[in-house]
Design a protein around this ligand. Sequence first.
Ligand code: NDP
Ligand code: GDP
Length: 338
Amino acid sequence: MKTALITGITGQDGYFLSKLLLSKGYEVHGLVRRNSQMSYGTLRSLDEETFKKIKIHWGDVTDHTVVVKLINDVKFDEIYHLAAQSFVALSFTNPQVTYETNIGGTLNVVNAVKEFSPKTRLYFAATSELYGKAQTKPQNEATPFYPRSPYGVSKLAGFWTVKNYREAYDLFMCSGILFNHESEMRGEEFVTKKIVKGAIDVSRGKREFFEIGNLNARRDWGYADDYVEGMWTMLQQPAPDDFVLATGENHSIRDFVDMAFKRLKIELSWEGEGVNEIGKNKADGRVLVKVNPEFFRPSEVEDLIGDASKAKSVLGWSSKVGFEELVNKMVDYELGAI
Ligand code: NDP
Ligand code: GDP
């Protein structure tokens, strides 16, 4: 039986990756940091039988002692290093914890592999935020990086650390440069989940309106379950490499808002510009969406769109769930869950 460690197992991708690896017969281990509620994050949404199959190890990825002991003890076949301070907005106000987790934590993991388990295959969760102020369009593995946030900078350090360890010490380490991927399990502060919850609340009269930041930013949004398949496939190749995973299509935040309301059978009309823009219910003129500059970022990533043709030709991977289906899945889940 193959063994795999997932750091960041309690997050969105950890949920889907755990299910995928268990379905493939892996013994799945997860590194989980303690919190006062002893909460298992997204893993609480797994059925009890599936959850019980996961071997939980308590520890923070920044704790060198914990990481070394775990990797030395088990010598996993594969490690999926997903643990990160993953929220861009928070990285501006909490840059230190972002660097410590995303750079220091990554160094702990790759170095423990080098020293104690060099046959382990490692996946590192890189991101389209590396492209930031994108220099060309669409972005692929050859596009120059230009991160725009402490999060982006920290992930760039992680990306280069992984590449350097791979080249210097002949280790099987890959980075997936994943464009935004969402799902029912997405954290609540990310814009997609926030929109879905806001639109449902408004449609049910729980709130008059909800507030949002930059409506013009564009993202290449895929479905997380498709993307974890790509992570696994990278580690099954004859040689380690880095791959972009993306849908090749992008949409604005405004498009996402429109699509979420459409699922709720509400058509919006937009008026005004910038901070004065509002989204109104076309049927009765009520204002349902307002812009609040509190949600603007000090430096923004305006337009990301990925080119995953290398993943398609080498890995045989492509994204399956399209934009409308993604939004509908998220809305339908939330309608049932509330
Ligand atoms: P989430 O934010 O949902 O999950 C992050 C995970 O990391 C959580 O399990 C969290 O634990 C854990 N974590 C954070 N800090 C620590 C720490 N110090 N020690 C141990 N664990 C820690 O992210 P996603 O699942 O969406 O993403 C997975 C990875 O992929 C992340 O690295 C993210 O940056 C990257 N990525 C994500 C993209 C996306 O669109 N989703 C796009 C590209 C890259 P806890 O539950 O305790 O908070
Ligand atoms: P990111 O791509 O990793 O930063 O994912 P997010 O979901 O946090 O943000 C995606 C885009 O939505 C960014 O360009 C944000 O500026 C924009 N955005 C607009 N309004 C909001 C908001 O209220 N919350 C968040 N999180 N993002 C917003």
